[in-house]
Ligand binder design. Structure first.
Ligand code: HEM
Length: 392
């Protein structure tokens, strides 16, 4: 780490976090918690200027070529700074044509070109790629609810990644391989962990604190002239690898392909490559359908199919929980209590809330393979396969 990078990193972990925390306490004590009051103006100015003064020398320094990790970390620090400026309305995309954070925009764009990722902070900067040299990782605030949110997001993402890894190992073996059953078992156990972490998140995270003091840091913001959508916990390849390999979602579906397209640059290059590779493979669902139609089914068919269907069900449970519990409690119900003026830019991706909720519901229903004819749900094929199990 160059001394300039170290100075920015140190500030993000100290002064920056303290100022955000102090501002959150001011906002949260108001009746209209969604508004930015005149109170705290000095703190906001200090946050903007201190960040800019630390970023300027980094821009002059140029690319110090210290490798992917260092550059990705630096993009995270600049991104957290820009996201906090957006949260405190130091910047506001609908008010401006280009980001007033000139130095931060230039540095973020430069880093993004080098890295092959989007020029804003992604959720991985706070979760899977967030170092803690002194035992504390980077966060916007020191609020307990932000820690709860980041901790359980990270644990959920790791569990999804474990499930995706196990499923990818089946690819060279094929679904009829005698050992595939163990890999399906590993994937199922990992997806059960996802639901266990989500459940803890649901029980421990305070809805008001999340909605008013954590979520606003995940809004879209401008880098240079362009608005980049907000970060969300889904910006890693694993969840889509699971969707596609299980056969529940496919890139042939334009809605789903659009989701993959939108998130591509929010993922790290390594994840981008994994996703691309999975998109060209035959899904396990289609592979089982072929075996089902074959004249003679392999001896492993019944056992492996049962294990595969357990993974499908576990993935569906996680998706239903995300939508029916997390999105409903922490976004939909909270938004319902806001006046019309507070609904602007509510979601991380930008569209109005009803549009977002509808698209999340479709994703949920693809993953739970609901009986729906208006989306390419695999309900029918899965029922067909299930019936061959009960006939055994
Ligand atoms: C996307 C809400 C926790 C996985 C989203 C979106 C919302 C949301 C609203 C749509 C993005 C947008 O705002 O535009 C929440 C809430 C959570 C939570 C309120 C908890 C308080 C988690 C956790 C995971 C997760 C713990 C799992 C690791 C995803 C994924 C997506 C997503 C994968 C992308 C869309 C998809 O593929 O389903 N979330 N989320 N979320 N979230 Fe969460």
């Amino acid at each position: 780490m160059s001394p300039n990078t170290e100075a920015l990193d140190h500030w993000i972990r100290t002064g920056f976090r303290e100022m955000n925390t102090e501002l959150e306490e001011i906002y949260f004590a108001q009746d209209a918690r969604h508004e930015i009051p005149a109170d705290g103006a000095d703190l906001r100015r200090a946050l903007r200027d201190e960040g800019r003064d630390l970023i300027k020398p980094l821009l002059v320094e140029g690319n110090t070529d210290e490798g992917f990790e260092a550059a990705y970390d630096l993009l995270g620090c600049v991104g957290l700074y820009m996201a906090a400026c957006r949260r405190h309305e130091i910047t506001e995309p609908s008010r401006e044509r280009t980001s007033p954070l000139l130095e931060a925009s230039a540095l973020a764009l430069h880093l993004s070109m080098t890295l092959g990722v989007s020029p804003r902070f992604a959720s991985s900067h706070l979760t899977t790629n967030n170092s803690a040299p002194d035992g504390a990782y980077r966060s916007f605030t020191s609020l307990e609810d932000e820690r709860i949110f980041i901790d359980y997001n990270t644990l959920g993402v790791f569990a999804y990644m474990r499930a995706a890894d196990a499923l990818r190992r089946i690819l060279p073996l094929g679904v009829a391989h005698p050992l595939a059953v163990h890999l399906f078992g590993e994937a199922k156990a990992a997806l059960d962990d996802v639901t266990a972490w989500n459940d803890r998140l649901f029980r421990e995270l305070d809805a008001d604190r999340f909605f008013y003091c954590v979520r606003p840091y995940y809004k879209p913001y401008r880098v240079g002239p362009k608005v980049y959508r907000g970060a969300n916990a889904g910006d890693f390849a694993g969840i889509n690898v699971i969707d596609v390999l299980l056969g529940l979602c496919s890139a042939d579906n334009p809605d789903y392909a659009q989701i993959l397209n939108d998130k591509f640059l929010f993922m790290q290059p390594e994840d981008q490559a994994i996703l691309k590779d999975c998109m060209r493979r035959e899904s396990f669902l289609n592979a089982f359908l072929k075996l089902h139609r074959a004249k003679r089914r392999p001896d492993t068919y019944q056992r492996n199919l049962a294990a595969y269907l357990e993974v499908v069900d576990a993935h569906g449970r996680g998706a239903a929980q995300h939508h029916d519990q997390l999105v409903t409690k922490y976004i939909e119900r909270q938004a319902g209590a806001l006046p019309e003026s507070g609904l602007n830019n509510l979601t991380a991706s930008g569209p109005p809330l009803p549009v977002l909720l509808d698209s999340l519901q479709r994703l949920r229903d693809l993953r739970t393979a609901e009986r729906r004819d208006d989306i390419p749900s695999r309900h029918r094929e899965l029922e067909q396969l299930r019936s061959t199990l009960s006939a055994a």
